[in-house]
Design a protein around this ligand. Structure first.
Ligand code: FES
Length: 111
């Protein structure tokens, strides 16, 4: 399975449950309907957004939680950090590691 496009279910929600992930870019908000348990990075990429910059969009760990280049700002609906790398970035105020976050609530994400 290609980890760049994989949708991994880490949550306990049912397959039919969905949440709204609002993607904020500049002054524009776009709402995505995301199946519960979908990894945030995958949901963004599946919708044509990237949490990476120009270089790290090419060179990254593929969503394995090793490179921390997929950090995003979660403006609303900030879930608790589960992965060490996510905890470290969050505590440092450098964003959240989107490949470590299963969507388990509505959230607003700034890219
Ligand atoms: S893509 Fe490497 S940590 Fe998320």
């Amino acid at each position: 399975m290609d980890s760049d496009t994989a949708t991994e279910d880490r949550g306990t929600a049912t397959d039919t449950e969905t949440y709204t992930v609002t993607v904020r870019t500049g002054d524009t908000d776009v709402e995505l309907d995301v199946q519960a348990g979908t990894i945030l990075r995958d949901a963004l990429r599946d919708a044509g957004y990237s949490p990476h910059n120009l270089v790290t969009d090419i060179v990254n760990c593929g969503g394995q939680g090793h490179c921390a280049t997929c950090a995003v700002e979660i403006v609303e609906g900030d879930p608790p950090a589960e992965a060490v790398v996510d905890t470290l970035l969050s505590v440092a105020g450098l964003g959240r590691v989107s490949c470590t976050i299963p969507v388990d609530r509505d959230m607003v994400v700034r890219l």
